[in-house]
Write a protein that binds this ligand. Structure first.
Ligand SMILES: [Zn+2]
Length: 451
C-alpha cells in the first residue's frame, strides 16, 4: 500500500490523501484550500493525478476544506463512488452547492471589476458540478465494512461535527487510520471521538497541536455576555458558523434560560444554512448526544427567520433579543444587515464565538476598529465587541495526545498533518517523547510505502 500526501501538509486546509494498492487508487478527502491567496491558488492546479484514474473517494466529513474539491474532480472525469456517513452526505447537499455558488459569485465579481487575469474569469466549478458530485455519494454506517478492489475500509465516530468519521483503510496486510478532524471529549453536543484501535499507521490532524482550550464554561460565559447586554437593554448579535457552532449556541441559550442564568428573551436564527443544518440535527438522533425530545426543546429556543422580507423586518426591529446569524467571520451573509444597524449603537454586543481569520471583518472587529465597511459604506462601531474561544469543535493538544495514546499498540509510524508548521511539529515531538512512537510531519506531495 502506498500513501501520498496531496494536501493539508504543513497547513490546515486542502485535505487530500491518495492510497494505492496494485492498480486500485483511493482518495481520502478531497478538500478545498482556504485562507490566503497563495493557498487558494493551489485549488486551480490540477490534482497531481488524473481524476478518471481514481476508483473511489472516502470522505471523513462535510467541511469544505475536506470535501470542497469533489465537484472539480467529478467535472474532470472522476466517476467512482464517494463513500460517507449519512449526515455527511446530507451536510454535503447543503455545503457543496453553497461553495459552488460562492465560486460563481467570485468569478462574476472579478468580471464586473475586470481584475482577473482571465477574461472572462471562470468559477473554479459550478452548481451543476456540485449537483453531479452529490449523485456519486454512497452512504455507509459507522462500523460497517466497505470495499474498493482489494482495499477494505471502516468509518468510526470522530466527534467534531455531525457524521464526522475517522477512516481505517486496510489491504489485508497493513492498516492505516486517518483521524479526520477530531472533536473534543467534552463537546456539548457531539460524542467523544472513538479510540483509534490498533492501526499499523496513523495519520492525525494537529489543528490545535500547540494549544489547549481554556477551561471556562461556555454556558456561564455566554450567560455573562447576555446579562451585560440586557442590562443595557441592547441586542446580542452573534455571527456564527452555520454547521455545529449555531446548534451549540442554541444548546447553551436553552440551558441558560432553563437554569435561570439570564432572563428569557427572544432568540432568532437568521441564516438559511444554519436553519437547514439545525433541521438536519433534529433528524439525526444517535449521531449526537441529545435524544429526540431534548433536541426538540433545544431547537424550540429560537425562531427561525426564513424569507428575505422577514429578515429585513428583524433587522429593523430594536428590542432586547439574541440574533444568531451567518457568516461566522462576518465576511458575508445576512449578518451584515444586522451589523449595519447594530454596530453603531453602544447598547448592543457583537459576540464572535470563534477564531477570526486575519483580514476578515470579524478580525477587524476583534482588533477594535472604529468603523467597518459594509457594502461599500462605513459604519461606526460603538457596540461592545466580545470574542469567546470556548466553543471550538476541535480537540486541543491534550485531546489529540489523549486520543493518540489510546492506540492498542504502537503504530509503526504516525504522520502529523492538518496543522500549521508549529502545531504539527509540536505534536510530532510530543508523540515521540510521551509514547515513543515514530512520528513525522510529511511534506506536500510526499509518498511513503506502508510496508
Ligand atoms: Zn472539520
Amino acid at each position: 500500500m502506498k500513501l501520498s500526501f496531496l494536501g493539508a501538509a504543513g497547513t490546515v486546509t486542502g485535505s487530500k490523501y491518495l492510497i494505492e494498492s496494485g492498480s486500485t487508487r483511493v482518495l481520502v478527502d478531497c478538500g478545498l484550500y482556504q485562507g490566503v491567496k497563495a493557498l487558494r491558488e493551489r485549488n486551480w492546479k490540477a490534482l497531481e493525478t488524473d481524476p478518471a484514474s481514481i476508483d473511489a473517494v472516502l470522505l471523513t466529513h462535510a467541511h469544505i476544506d475536506h470535501s470542497g474539491l469533489l465537484p472539480l474532480i467529478v467535472r474532470d472525469g472522476f466517476r467512482g463512488p464517494i463513500h460517507s456517513t449519512r449526515p455527511t452526505r446530507q451536510l454535503a447537499e447543503l455545503l457543496l452547492p453553497d461553495a459552488a455558488h460562492l465560486q460563481e459569485e467570485d468569478a462574476s465579481y472579478a468580471n464586473r471589476r475586470g481584475f482577473s487575469k482571465h477574461r472572462p474569469a471562470l468559477p473554479l466549478y459550478t452548481r451543476a458540478d456540485a449537483e453531479a458530485a452529490l449523485e456519486q455519494f454512497r452512504e455507509i454506517g459507522f462500523g460497517a465494512e466497505g470495499r474498493v478492489g482489494p482495499l477494505r475500509f471502516r468509518m468510526q465516530p470522530a466527534g467534531h461535527i455531525l457524521g464526522a468519521a475517522s477512516i481505517e483503510v486496510r489491504d489485508g496486510e497493513r492498516s492505516v487510520l486517518f483521524s479526520g478532524d477530531l472533536g473534543r471529549s467534552d463537546d456539548l453536543l457531539m460524542w467523544p471521538p472513538e479510540s483509534p484501535g490498533s492501526p499499523d499507521y496513523l495519520v492525525v490532524e494537529s489543528t490545535y497541536g500547540d494549544r489547549n482550550h481554556s477551561d471556562e464554561d461556555p454556558i456561564t460565559t455566554l450567560a455573562g455576555v447576555l446579562n451585560e447586554t440586557l442590562e443595557r437593554r441592547g441586542v446580542l448579535l452573534i455571527p456564527s458558523f452555520a454547521v455545529g457552532r449555531a446548534q451549540t449556541l442554541l444548546y447553551c441559550l436553552h440551558e441558560i434560560f432553563e437554569r435561570g442564568l439570564a432572563p428569557r428573551v427572544p432568540v432568532y436564527v437568521n441564516s438559511p444554512m444554519a436553519t437547514s443544518v439545525t433541521e438536519l440535527f433534529r433528524e439525526s438522533a444517535g449521531y449526537h448526544r441529545l435524544d429526540e425530545e431534548h433536541c426538540h426543546e433545544v431547537c424550540s429556543v429560537a425562531r427561525f427567520v426564513r424569507s428575505v422580507a422577514e429578515s429585513r423586518e428583524l433587522a429593523a426591529r430594536f428590542e432586547p433579543m439574541v440574533i444568531v446569524s451567518a457568516s461566522g467571520m462576518a465576511s458575508g451573509g445576512r449578518v451584515l444587515h444586522h451589523l449595519k444597524v447594530l454596530a453603531p449603537d453602544e447598547r448592543n454586543t457583537i459576540l464572535l464565538p470563534g477564531f477570526q481569520a486575519p483580514g476578515t471583518r470579524g478580525d477587524a472587529l476583534v482588533r477594535g476598529v472604529e468603523t467597518i465597511k459594509i457594502h461599500g459604506e462605513r459604519y461606526p462601531v460603538r457596540a461592545r465587541v466580545r470574542q469567546i474561544d470556548v466553543l471550538s469543535a476541535h480537540a486541543d493538544q491534550h485531546g489529540l495526545l489523549d486520543w493518540i495514546g489510546r492506540c492498542g499498540r504502537p503504530p509503526r509510524r504516525v504522520f502529523v498533518t492538518h496543522g500549521e508548521p508549529v502545531p504539527a511539529d509540536t505534536i510530532r515531538q510530543l508523540v515521540g517523547e510521551r509514547f515513543g512512537y515514530a512520528a513525522r510531519v510529511p511534506a506536500l506531495g510526499e509518498s511513503v510505502v506502508l510496508d
